[in-house]
Structure formats: structure tokens, C-alpha cells
Design a protein around this ligand. Sequence first.
Ligand SMILES: [Cu+2]
Length: 59
Amino acid sequence: MITETGSTAVICLPHQSMGMVALIVVGNDLSNAEQILDARIPGQGKDKIAALIEEAKAT
Ligand SMILES: [Cu+2]
């Protein structure tokens, strides 16, 4: 259970390079989005996380 506001990236280790990632945003808090973007996520996973953050910002 996530009880604090903020954003958490969920990364499937074997498939992250194919984009199997997710973003959990609690309380519409994207204040740590830059830290998530700085994380070393290979391949399509990085692009997918960036797209999910942009989508969350737009909602
Ligand atoms: Cu996977």
C-alpha cells in the first residue's frame, strides 16, 4: 500500500527495454518526476515513463 503522495515508477526488469513500465501517481503529486526521469531505464522503458509523466501532468 502506498500511503504517501508522490510518483512511483514500476519497472518490469526483464521487459523494461520493451517498454513494460508503469507509473503510479498518488495525490496528483509529480514533484519527484525529475528524479524518475533521471533514473537509468533502458530502451523504450525510458520513453514510456516520460510519456506517462507527460500524460499525468496533462490530467
Ligand atoms: Cu515484463
